[in-house]
Design a binder for this molecule. Structure first.
Ligand SMILES: Cc1cc2nc3c(=O)[nH]c(=O)nc-3n(C[C@H](O)[C@H](O)[C@H](O)COP(=O)(O)OP(=O)(O)OC[C@H]3O[C@@H](n4cnc5c(N)ncnc54)[C@H](O)[C@@H]3O)c2cc1C
Length: 310
């Protein structure tokens, strides 16, 4: 599913133009190029450009120019070996550039990933649109009692309606005051010629964190995997996870072999500590091990049990 088309600008048209290239391209990703993939209520992620493919990873690992001379199954085996053994530099040979539209509170989490190049829409230079993220009801939940960074059961209908009405009213009021502070003659309605307008770089401090911003975000495949391992994980906040899940779809189109290896050895895999492994060995030997005599903390023991699906 793609986000609704944005107004056509010169840049949009330029992005849709094609030209021949001698570089390797990936037909499945070419089909996605420049198309906004909808995320949350007003956000999107779209691929602007990319370099490399599964073959580039294999080629770097073999440090040869024998592209296409190996069978696909051998390439898959090599990529899976690299992923399993954290031989990461061949993955750095692939790079990708995304255009992302996201709420400011998601951007704050995202920007912590330093191994990427970012260029953000400037609210010193331009006026931010009146677009706010409002969670859908199925994501409005109470604070988790067991996980200080998480949510628990869903809010009841009346409480959810109160929350949504409050979020909407506050965001709209703050944005209306933002426009009033700017007092920009180019903004439709509300311009008061008898009053001075405030600079955009200061007026923006009145906006709520659910206001949408945009950026270009460029990284290599190794660092993208690191980002997705943390942000597509169920422990990540739903709103950033929604972006990570769309980016996983992009990976499935772009580097299908590396994507599958990533799912198998990183995202859906589990790491066991030495004490966890010792408990597992006792269990496999037929011993019934309870937490108090396991040598593991309650938390680590429950993580082990969850990883084992027991
Ligand atoms: C579920 C979750 C909860 C979180 N909670 C909090 C929180 O409560 N408070 C908070 O402040 N943050 C929090 N974070 C952010 C987290 O601590 C990291 O800042 C973020 O995930 C980026 O990870 P990173 O530094 O590995 O990534 P990147 O910055 O992309 O770096 C990638 C890798 O490069 C290397 N690297 C980069 N810069 C340096 C450096 N200066 N020195 C040494 N090595 C470097 C490291 O190996 C690093 O892993 C949370 C993240 C997650 C996923």
């Amino acid at each position: 599913m793609h986000a609704s088309a944005e107004p056509e600008t010169g840049i949009e048209q330029e992005l849709m133009e094609t030209s021949p290239t001698r570089r390797p391209t990936v037909a499945a990703l070419e089909a996605l190029l420049n198309r906004p993939m909808a995320v949350l209520d007003h956000g999107f992620v779209r691929v602007i450009d990319y370099m490399g493919d599964d073959g580039a990873i294999v080629q770097a690992a073999r440090v040869s120019y024998g592209r296409g001379t190996r069978r696909l199954s051998e390439d898959a085996g090599l990529i899976r070996y690299l992923m399993r053994h954290r031989h990461t530099t061949p993955f750095e040979m692939c790079a990708i550039k995304f255009h992302v539209k996201l709420p400011i509170f998601v951007a704050r989490q995202w920007i912590r990933h330093r191994m990427a190049s970012v260029n953000e829409y400037s609210a010193r230079y331009s006026i931010l649109d009146r677009e706010f993220y409002l969670p859908s009801r199925k994501h409005l939940a109470v604070q988790s009692a067991t996980n200080r960074q998480g949510r628990a059961e869903l809010l009841g209908e009346a409480d959810a309606a109160f929350v949504l009405a409050t979020l909407r009213a506050d965001a709209e009021r703050c944005h209306a005051h933002y426009l009033e502070l700017l007092n920009d003659p180019r903004e439709a309605g509300g311009h008061d010629p008898s009053r001075q307008g405030l600079a955009r770089e200061l007026a923006r401090i009145n906006l709520t964190l659910n206001t949408y911003t945009q950026w270009y975000w460029k990284t290599d495949l190794h660092n993208l995997f690191h980002f997705l391992e943390l942000r597509a994980d169920p422990h990540a906040q739903y709103e950033i996870r929604a972006y990570a899940e769309r980016m996983l779809e992009v990976l499935a189109h772009w580097v299908p072999l590396a994507h599958q290896a990533f799912l198998d050895y990183r995202l859906n895999a589990a790491t066991l500590s030495a004490p966890m492994l010792a408990v597992l060995r006792r269990m496999l030997a037929g011993e019934r091990v309870e937490q108090p005599e396991s040598g593991l903390s309650k938390r680590e023991f429950s993580e082990l049990i969850a990883a084992l699906g027991r």
